[in-house]
Design a protein around this ligand. Structure first.
Ligand code: ATP
Ligand code: MG
Length: 434
């Protein structure tokens, strides 16, 4: 539509055509208003019934809510209008009428349950506070990409249909690939590692990961967006520095460019980018801190994984983003390198928001013999991973990296209670459509 003006750009004195949705009709008797909403905002269209063409008035005021309309007219200053301007129409066209019965109310006056909202996402994302989440998500991805470019990374895209899983196990979704069993990839781990040994050296990928998580939880999806980083000649501490840089950049991007969206979410006062370095606690220090609170039924001992409850207790204690480092090797994946001076301790780390895990990373095992032994210890057949291990025989540098859950980043940043709020069309145990 070449002659279209966004409602936010309509200035007094302009003759404009706006196009959008019939947000609301307010009939005060002799005078009535149609509020038109578009991506940029809303504008009031004024109908003075006695002074205007009857057909024009009828079209403008009989339109059902949420129909698509096109309004042509003159923009006038009007201090009593919500945006200080209004349109005096010369033409109103109903471009696409909406059924009078809507499955949910985009004005938000009537609350809808999450399943109803997800079944009708098109209408749901017409709400300012829902639209704001996805505008912010887009800004997070933009800022993250820019931060990776600051770090001299190359963006890559790797296959999502694979012959073998990264870590094997029950979390894989099997599919049929021309009569052969294949899987949806649960992580770009192996591919990004293969690329640090290529001429690219430092790479990132933003893409889907698929995990057959058994349970519906507020922070797990079966299809999630992973923000992955991997760099040649980095150790785990340098990888943590990069992680901090990228997460802070996401917050700073939102703080700088999403004022309106934060306001729509009621977060304008409380939102702030994290400052200072994220504390780095060793796993042992984390256990000690948790045990000292006495809040868990049983004291944690070396080798225990941190339960959701333990993460929560620790998050309360630390109160900001933080890293947990130096995990027991036995509970980190085999491709993570152990410390050279103590093979009981791995270079693996997690980066945590006070409410949950956001990132797992570490330095990788780049020595061929140790890597192949790791596959065997894990009960995996190294032959099946030959395409991967083979490249470690042709000059694979030491390297480190991490994976950050994109939806968890948005969820924790905005204090959303359910990860599904941060995905347009979530996939979970019950939901495969839309
Ligand atoms: P958790 O223990 O919280 O289930 P994980 O340790 O299994 O996560 P990793 O394999 O370490 O997950 O994946 C790296 C990051 O990817 C996680 O820290 C998280 O932010 C994100 N992530 C992993 N699985 C999911 C999922 N099912 N849904 C949403 N995000 C996920
Ligand atoms: Mg993890």
């Amino acid at each position: 539509m070449q002659d279209r003006t966004y409602t936010a750009d309509a200035e007094p004195g302009d003759a404009v055509t706006v196009a959008g949705w019939a947000h609301e009709i307010r009939d005060l008797g002799g005078i009535a208003f149609l509020i038109v909403r578009d991506q940029s905002g809303k504008i009031q269209v004024k109908f003075e019934k006695d002074d205007m063409d009857d057909e024009l008035v009828e079209t403008g005021l009989d339109v059902s809510r949420e129909s698509v309309v096109k309004v042509t007219g003159d923009v006038e200053e009007e201090p009593r209008a919500p945006t200080d301007v209004e349109i005096v129409p010369t033409d109103v066209e109903v471009v696409a009428p909406a059924d009078p019965e809507l499955p949910l109310d985009p004005s938000g006056k009537v609350d809808a349950e999450l399943p109803t909202r997800l079944d009708n996402r098109t209408l749901d994302v017409r709400k300012d506070e829902v639209k704001a989440i996805f505008e912010i998500r887009a800004e997070v991805l933009r800022a993250v990409r820019e931060a990776f470019r600051d770090l001299n990374c190359t963006e890559i895209n790797t296959p999502k249909i694979v012959a073998t899983g990264t870590e094997g196990g029950t979390e894989l979704f099997p599919i049929t690939y021309f009569g052969q069993e294949a899987f949806m990839n649960q992580s770009p781990q192996l591919f990004k590692q293969l690329m640090v040994g290529s001429g690219l050296e430092r790479v990132f990928e933003i893409g889907p990961i698929f995990r057959a998580e058994e349970h519906n939880t507020p922070r797990h999806l079966n299809e999630a967006t992973s923000i992955d980083f991997e760099s040649a000649f980095y150790d785990h501490t340098e990888a943590m520095d990069a992680c901090e840089h990228v997460v802070k950049a996401a917050y700073e991007g939102v703080a700088e460019n999403c004022a309106e969206e934060l306001e729509a979410l009621g977060l304008e006062d409380e939102f702030s980018a994290p400052e200072g370095e994220f504390p780095r606690l060793s796993y042992q220090e984390a256990l000690d801190k948790i045990n000292a609170t006495g809040e868990l039924d049983e004291q944690l001992v070396w080798g225990d994984d941190l339960s959701t409850e333990a993460e929560h207790v620790l998050g309360q204690e630390v109160g900001e983003h933080y890293f947990i480092t130096d995990w027991p090797s036995e509970i980190k994946p085999f491709y993570i390198k152990d410390h050279d001076d103590d093979e009981e301790i791995s270079t693996g780390f997690d980066m945590m928001h006070p409410s949950m895990e956001l990132v797992s990373g570490g330095q990788r095992e780049h020595r061929y013999d140790q890597l192949v032994a790791g596959f065997e210890q894990q009960g995996l057949d190294p032959e099946a991973f030959d395409y991967y291990t083979k490249m470690f025989r042709y000059g694979m540098p030491p390297h480190a990296g991490w994976g950050l859950g994109g939806e968890r980043l948005v969820m924790t940043m905005l204090g959303l209670e359910n990860i599904r709020e941060a995905v347009l069309f979530p996939r979970d145990r019950q939901r495969l459509s839309p």
